[in-house]
Design a binder for this molecule. Structure first.
Ligand SMILES: Nc1ncnc2c1ncn2[C@@H]1O[C@H](COP(=O)(O)OP(=O)(O)OP(=O)(O)O)[C@@H](O)[C@H]1O
Length: 268
């Protein structure tokens, strides 16, 4: 029997967690690994790193205790986009601070995805200026995954691009997946995942390197109702941890708790 749970618990104690809570987390984590049919070290990576990851998460503010907004992490001023002679939108201003959520809404074709790609630095604006923090996570509407790679291989590959060692990338990926009620299989390639689960993989990849600014393009397509609610809980947890989030959506009932609503359709 591996001493992973003991090392995990010892690291949590060393970080200052209450003994009972540390024991409980060690048991829960061992149970989660068993449900993924793997040893904890394979599923979550090195015990001390995973303990630190959980510790950081436990120390983010609880629901309902919103921090004052932080620094501006995304700023658009007078942004416009034309394709040849066709103006898609013009004069868009948006400022999003750490601890805030913005929604971009509007009818099909009004330019929501184009604007989000401009926010990410993937498409050039025709006019205006964009300033953003360096640590950006972008979750596209579709695509973004390689069909023949498993979820864990995606975690390792995307993690490596962000300078993460493989064990850390895998443990972070598996941990983020469990928050979306998904236990990644170790053998199933992405092309065999359902559409909703592939979208969860996309979301986890966007968050893997702990970006300050998350840009999400209708990321919940194919989610069932429970997962949809988990997704919004996750958005508000990111917000409460001081991140800035921009979500493209066409579902107006998403909007009651967001800080900024940019209606591109109303502008054209
Ligand atoms: N690379 C491109 N070249 C030319 N036109 C483009 C290009 N990309 C997008 N467009 C056009 O820009 C407009 C806005 O597209 P975009 O995908 O941003 O809209 P959207 O609001 O996200 O749409 P949807 O709600 O359907 O996802 C559309 O008319 C689209 O055809």
């Amino acid at each position: 029997m591996s001493d992973w749970p003991q090392m995990f618990e010892a690291e949590l104690l060393r970080l200052g967690l209450q003994p009972r809570r540390a024991r409980q987390l060690a048991e829960e984590t061992t149970q989660q690994a068993a449900e993924c049919a793997g040893a904890p070290a394979d599923v979550f990576g090195p015990a001390h790193l995973y303990a630190r990851h959980l510790w950081a998460e436990l120390n983010t503010p609880a629901d309902g205790q919103r921090l004052a907004p932080g620094p501006v992490l995304l700023s658009l001023e007078g942004v416009g986009k034309r394709y040849r002679r066709r103006t898609v939108f013009r004069d868009v201003d948006l400022r999003v601070r750490g601890g805030e959520v913005a929604a971009i809404v509007g009818a099909n074709g009004c330019g929501k995805s184009t604007l989000l790609r401009i926010c990410a630095g993937l498409t050039r604006p025709s006019a205006g200026s964009v300033r953003r923090t360096r640590r950006v996570g972008f979750v596209p509407q579709d695509g973004g995954t390689a069909g023949w790679l498993t979820a864990e291989e995606h975690f390792t590959l995307f993690g490596a691009a962000a300078g993460m060692v493989p064990g850390r990338a895998r443990s972070t990926g598996v941990h983020l997946a469990t928050k979306l009620a998904w236990r990644p299989s170790r053998r199933q390639p992405a092309q065999q995942l359902s559409g909703g689960t592939r979208q969860k993989l996309n979301l986890v990849l966007g968050e893997l390197h702990a970006p300050d600014l998350l840009l999400l393009d209708e990321p919940y397509q194919g989610f069932d109702q429970g997962t949809y609610l988990d997704f919004w809980q996750q958005v508000f947890a990111w917000r409460d941890a001081g991140r800035a989030i921009v979500v493209v959506t066409h579902l107006l009932h998403d909007l009651q708790n967001v800080d900024h609503v940019l209606d591109l359709g109303a502008r054209s």
